[in-house]
Write a protein that binds this ligand. Structure first.
Ligand code: NAD
Ligand code: UDP
Length: 338
C-alpha cells in the first residue's frame, strides 16, 4: 500500500474542492464527506448552485465559502481538488476572458496554496486539450489539435495552460500533482439549463419540446456516468503513487453519435418530442473517445455504468427537478445557445 492510500484510509483529511457547488464538485464533496473527510467547498456560483450542496451543509464536516479562485485564497488544507471552471460551452463562452482567468489565475492561486501547504493537488483537466483530434481514440501522449483563437480556446487553451502550470510546479517546486483529463460526464446534479447535450436532450424530451441537434448529429462523444468519474478522481488522488502525476484520461470509451443519443433519450423517456437540426457550433470536435488503458493499468479503474443505466438515473433526477414548479420558467429556455 502506498503512502497516499494508507493516509486516506486511516486518517480524515481536510480537503479543499474548488468549484464544489458545480455538477462534479458537489458529487465529489458528497463522496469525500461519506469517507469522513472534512470538506471546504469554494465556489463563486457562476455555473454552480447552492442547492447542489444544500444537503451537505447539515454536516459539521462541510464548509461552503463564496470565493472566486482568480483571487488568492488562504485556508489550511491537506489536499486540493481544483475543479473551478464552467464546463458547458454556453457558460464558458459567455464570459471567455473570465474563463481564461479562472483556468490560469485560478491554477496559479491554487498551486501557490498547495506549495505553501505542501499539499497534494488534483487538476480537473479535460478531453478538450485534444481539441478536434486526428488521433482516435485519444491517448494521453497525443498533443492535440486546438484552435488557439477560436471560441472554444478560452477553455481549451486555459486548461492546457493549467496543465503546463501543474507540471512546472512539479518540476520546479517538487509539488505532488495529479492531472485528470475528464471526458464528457453526465448525471444527477447537472444544471437543467446547463446547455450540454445530455441535460438539453433529457429536459427537452421531458417537456416534449424538440431535441436540438447542432450540425448533422454524426459527431461523436463518449459519456461517463458521474459516480464512475468521481470514483476515478478519488482513485487518482488517493491510490496512485506520488511519482505518478498523470495526465490520465478518465471517461467512458463507449462512443455514441449525437443522433443515436437523441434516439436513446426519446426511447427511454417515451417522449413525443421531434428532432430539430440547427447549425454546428464553431470548432465543434467531430469525434471523441478516450483510450483508458493508462487508467486501467495504473489505477485499476474503468467505468461500470452503461449509458442506458446512467441515463435512467439522470432522467429520474431531471423529472424531480421539473416537479419543482419554480424552475419551470427557467427550464423553458433550455437549448438556447449564447
Ligand atoms: P460546472 O460548471 O457544473 O461546475 C464548475 C463550478 O466551478 C461551478 O460551481 C462554478 O460556479 C464554479 N466556478 C467557475 N468559475 C469559478 C471561479 N472563478 N471561482 C470559483 N468557482 C468558480 O462544471 P462541472 O461539469 O462540474 O465541471 C467541473 C470541472 O471538471 C471543471 O473544471 C471542468 O472543466 C472539468 N470537466 C468537466 C467535464 C464534464 O463533462 N462534466 C469534462 C471535462 C472537464
Ligand atoms: N449538442 C447538440 N445539441 C445540444 C447540445 C449539444 O447537438 O442541445 C452537441 C454539440 O454540438 C456537441 C455535442 O453535442 O457536438 C456535445 O456537446 P456538449 O456541449 O455536451 O459537450 P462538448 O461539446 O464540450 O463535448
Amino acid at each position: 500500500m502506498n503512502r497516499a492510500t494508507q493516509a486516506t484510509e486511516t486518517v480524515s483529511q481536510r480537503i479543499l474542492v474548488t468549484g464544489g457547488a458545480g455538477f462534479l464538485g458537489a458529487n465529489l464533496c458528497a463522496r469525500l464527506l461519506e469517507a469522513d473527510h472534512e470538506v471546504i467547498c469554494v465556489d463563486n456560483f457562476y455555473s454552480g448552485r447552492k442547492s447542489n450542496v444544500a444537503d451537505l451543509q447539515v454536516s459539521s464536516n462541510f464548509e461552503l465559502i463564496r470565493h472566486d479562485v482568480t483571487f488568492p485564497l488562504y485556508v489550511e488544507v491537506d489536499e486540493i481538488y481544483n475543479l473551478a471552471c464552467p464546463a458547458s460551452p454556453p457558460f464558458y463562452q459567455s464570459d471567455p476572458v473570465q474563463t481564461t482567468k479562472t483556468n490560469v489565475h485560478g491554477a496559479i492561486n491554487m498551486l501557490g496554496l498547495a506549495k505553501r501547504l505542501n499539499a497534494r493537488i488534483l487538476q480537473a483537466s479535460t478531453s478538450e486539450v485534444y481539441g478536434d483530434p486526428e488521433q482516435h481514440p485519444q491517448r494521453e501522449d497525443y498533443w492535440g489539435r486546438v484552435n488557439p483563437n477560436g471560441i472554444r480556446a478560452c477553455y481549451d487553451e486555459g486548461k492546457r495552460c493549467a496543465e503546463t502550470l501543474m507540471f512546472d510546479y512539479r518540476r520546479q517546486h517538487g509539488l505532488e500533482i495529479k492531472v485528470a483529463r475528464i471526458f464528457n460526464t453526465y448525471g444527477p446534479g447537472m444544471h437543467p439549463n446547463d446547455g450540454r447535450v445530455i441535460s438539453n436532450f433529457v429536459v427537452q424530451a421531458l417537456l416534449n419540446d424538440p431535441l436540438t441537434i447542432y450540425g448533422d448529429g454524426e459527431q461523436t462523444r463518449s459519456f461517463c456516468y458521474v459516480d464512475d468519474l468521481v470514483g476515478g478522481l478519488l482513485k487518482l488522488m488517493h491510490e496512485t503513487p506520488p511519482e505518478f502525476p498523470g495526465p490520465v484520461n478518465i471517461g467512458n470509451p463507449d462512443e455514441w453519435s449525437v443522433n443515436d443519443l437523441a434516439k436513446l433519450v426519446l426511447d427511454l423517456t417515451g417522449s413525443s418530442s421531434t428532432i430539430s437540426y440547427g447549425p454546428a457550433p464553431a470548432d465543434d470536435p467531430v469525434q471523441r473517445n478516450p483510450d483508458i488503458g493508462l487508467a486501467q493499468t495504473v489505477m485499476q479503474w474503468q467505468p461500470e455504468t452503461d449509458l442506458k443505466t446512467g441515463l435512467r438515473k439522470t432522467i429520474d433526477y431531471f423529472e424531480s427537478e421539473l416537479r419543482i414548479g419554480s424552475q419551470t420558467t427557467l427550464l423553458r429556455s433550455v437549448g438556447r445557445r449564447s
